[in-house]
Write a protein that binds this ligand. Structure first.
Ligand SMILES: C[S@@+](CC[C@H](N)C(=O)[O-])C[C@H]1O[C@@H](n2cnc3c(N)ncnc32)[C@H](O)[C@@H]1O
Length: 335
């Protein structure tokens, strides 16, 4: 569990408490002031950024649209906002109308409610519908198996859930799946549909053993997933984090055991961000579905021609947009 500021929010409808709302940010900031480590985090991450970017961010906060606020890290649970918006945009470019999003580890549900508020904004921004699933035992953490579960941090019974209260607070597009993830994933996998492929998963189960079981979700038929599924790994930035315990061990074993499904960090994400000091950037990974239809060799368009101004070849020499060929699998082409 990463201890970031988490204001309670209403959700399912647009209001100033929602994702990116001015009041929700002020609320989060005031809460941070009461907890020294949170204030230190804000101080380190934001006040060490260039002054002109912080000034610009202030205007974005007042006048910007939701996606501008995500760009400027102005949404509570920025890691979820970036991930869900990115996943939905990827889906939109592929013509998908709906995606599924999962939170592993819900506890009292502040993160899930933040996720719902963000998803409402993302649906409005992209037109892509989102279905959210929150997985949790509800009775709190199970017993740790050994040192690999970081028992120095977590213990049995931590983080129980008030299921009825949380369920009543959720919008219609969010669902709780209660039980140990090793028991609930198989039936969830069988109801997941290619019409709403899995596009983002937040992993916050704290333990190695629970995360290992959760990663079973990524072993279904390729059409149930986006070609790259955005992942957020909550528990990989503690001082005690190491590749022999916790989420990193579960990910390493998953990669060793699966030839066509691989998890690796989101490449060059820090370079793409405006505010580069944010810790969450290190926590964004991708599941690469290597056996996905999109990754099969095909002729999808006319060949690209690189311009070369030294030879007088201008960019217009490239393929014309109106010359789109019919998509042909490579093995259907005769030599
Ligand atoms: C740190 S809390 C999640 C916090 C939440 N993501 C948030 O940000 O508000 C971890 C949760 O993982 C759940 N959990 C851990 N192992 C589990 C398992 N094997 N099956 C189901 N839930 C599990 C616990 O019940 C606990 O509520």
């Amino acid at each position: 569990m990463n201890r970031t500021a988490t204001p309670p929010q209403r959700h399912g409808k647009s209001n100033d408490r929602g994702a990116g709302g001015f009041k929700s940010l002020i609320y989060a900031f005031r809460r941070s002031l009461n907890e020294r480590h949170k204030f230190a985090k804000i101080f380190r991450e934001r006040l060490t950024e260039p002054l002109h970017l912080n000034v610009l961010a202030f205007f974005v906060l007042l006048f910007g649209k939701f996606h501008h606020k995500v760009e400027f890290d102005l949404v509570v649970r920025q890691q979820l906002a970036f991930s869900i918006l990115h996943a939905a945009r990827q889906a939109a470019t592929r013509g998908l109308r709906k995606i599924s999003v999962v939170e592993f580890g819900v506890a009292s549900g502040t993160g899930l409610l933040n996720m719902c508020a963000i998803a409402s904004e993302v649906m409005r921004t992209t037109g892509v519908m989102i279905e959210i699933y929150g997985f949790d035992a509800a009775t709190g953490m199970p017993p740790p198996i050994d040192h690999r579960d970081h028992p120095e941090h977590w213990q049995q019974g931590d983080f129980p859930m008030d299921v009825d209260r949380l369920r009543n607070a959720l919008p219609a597009f969010a669902h709780l799946i209660i039980g140990d993830v090793k028991d609930t994933i198989p039936s969830f996998l069988s109801m997941l549909s290619r019409d709403a492929p899995l596009a983002f998963v937040s992993l916050d189960l704290d333990y190695y053993s629970s995360t290992k079981n959760a990663l079973e979700l990524f072993k279904g038929p390729a059409e149930l997933y986006a070609a790259t599924v955005v992942l957020y790994l909550d528990d990989i930035v503690e001082e005690s984090t190491n590749p022999w315990c916790g989420e990193l061990l579960a990910v390493r074993e998953f990669n060793d055991e699966n030839a066509m499904r691989k998890i690796s960090p989101f490449p060059a994400l820090r370079t793409r961000r405006i505010f580069k000091n944010a810790l969450w950037i290190d926590q964004i990974y991708l599941l690469h579905v290597l056996d996905h239809e999109e990754r099969k060799p095909r002729i999808r368009r006319l060949a690209n021609v690189l311009p070369n101004e030294y030879l007088g070849m201008r960019p217009e020499a490239r393929q014309r947009a109106d010359q789109r060929p019919v998509e042909v699998p490579v093995d259907g082409i005769r030599g």
